[in-house]
Design a binder for this molecule. Structure first.
Ligand code: GAF
Length: 387
């Protein structure tokens, strides 16, 4: 949809007059998966698709929220902006963010009419929820002159996810949505939030996202289970070596300590995290050198570790990745995001992209009975006002 069409829809719901338009992107993570909540490194980029928010302040003492992706309108009074509605309701991401401003003593002094529209496919593992949270935070901050910086909004958004959606996520998705920059990936240290914007100069290569259309849902508990398993690994190691999280260990150290973890499953989970952090660091070095071949190998290693050690891939993601790796022009292919369904990300030589989409799509459907979707990623900017 074009911005003009969104404005027409806004006026249809809320009446004639000006409104401001904000946008925050979804993200694709190139490498560094399930490392963020372990104080490790990630390497995501903001996408050119995401969530739009059209907003106009009103004289009411309530907010009106609508989404063109949903059919209900929500009228929410200021006193109701402190707790979630029923589980799974999309509005929780919105009020979850406004609640964080309130906790900081930043109370809206009037209501607003708000319309959202998103073009990140839901459940595709491309952070539709983070883009909704961040666009809400950016819009509320600017409309009400709350004066928070972008990083505070990123943190509010992560908290909204914890407190209003019950997903104990790391900070990667909200950070990418808030801080992304066109044609750059973000090399982020999730321990201290220091980051570097690395130009993604892929030289004859495209980033192809494959949506398995097998929805991933992080609130089903498996994500939080992985978070808890990593914590269990830390606790098992702690009597010998005091660490706050697994990101403090390099692989050599981990190898010398892993026998402290009795539970073999927990040991494999921790092995994934520590090895993935090493792969991510190496991948960034290789990308900067222009060594895409090695970058692709590390992407492949990442997927295999997520499949074997971390067990978050599943039949659909594995099938799509296996099909992708059969194409001559594929440099690397892996799942991206939380997993348990969702999307893959592949680096594909330009001249093979068409063949890739056709053949991977065909094999994927033959083997799973599901029709996948493919997008050639464009790396965009983080959340901001666009009109
Ligand atoms: C999800 C989470 F929201 C992120 O914080 C991150 O942990 C990711 O899964 C896995 O890398 O997208």
């Amino acid at each position: 949809m074009q911005i003009n069409e969104l404005k027409i829809a806004f006026e249809k719901f809320y009446g004639k007059g000006d409104c401001h338009v904000y946008f925050s992107p979804g993200r694709v993570n190139l490498i560094g998966e399930h490392t963020d909540y372990n104080g490790g490194f990630v390497f995501p980029c903001a996408l050119s698709f995401g969530t739009y928010c059209l907003i106009r302040k009103s004289k009411n003492n309530y907010f009106q929220f609508r989404s063109l992706n949903q059919d209900k309108v929500y009228k929410i009074g200021f006193d109701k902006l402190t707790e979630p509605l029923e589980k799974g309701n999309w509005v929780n991401y919105v009020i979850g963010v406004i609640a964080q401003f309130k906790k900081d003593g930043l109370e809206p002094n009037c209501g607003a009419d708000v319309l959202f529209w998103g073009n990140v496919p839901n459940g595709a593992g491309l952070s539709s929820s983070a883009s909704l949270e961040v666009v809400t935070g950016v819009a509320i901050n600017e409309e009400y002159n709350f004066g928070k910086d972008q990083l505070s909004i990123v943190k509010y958004s992560q908290k909204a996810e914890h407190e209003f959606a019950g997903v104990m996520c790391g900070i990667m998705d909200q950070f990418a949505s808030g801080m992304g920059q066109k044609d750059h990936a973000i090399y982020l240290n999730c321990d201290n939030l220091e980051y570097e914007l690395v130009p993604v100069n892929l030289d004859g290569t495209k980033i192809v996202i494959g949506n398995t259309n097998s929805p991933h849902s992080l609130d089903e508990g498996k994500y939080n289970e992985r978070v808890a398993e990593c914590q269990a690994a830390v606790e098992a190691i702690n009597p010998s070596r005091k660490i706050a999280n697994l990101g403090e260990l390099c692989l050599t150290e981990f190898n010398s300590l892993e026998n402290l973890i009795d539970d073999k499953v927990i040991r494999r989970r921790a092995h994934h995290v520590v090895s993935e952090i090493e792969r991510t660091k190496k991948a960034v070095v290789e990308l900067k050198k222009g060594n895409l071949k090695e970058f692709g190998q590390l992407m492949n290693g990442s997927h295999d570790s997520l499949r074997d050690d971390y067990e978050v891939t599943g039949h659909e993601l594995d099938t799509m990745v296996e099909a992708a790796r059969k194409i001559e022009g594929t440099i690397g292919s892996r799942m991206t995001g939380g997993g348990f369904g969702g999307s893959t990300v592949s680096l594909v030589k330009d001249e093979y992209v068409e063949e890739f989409i056709e053949r991977v799509g065909k094999e994927y459907t033959e083997k799973t009975g599901i029709v996948g979707e493919f997008y050639v990623a464009e790396i965009g900017d983080g959340g901001k006002r666009i009109e």
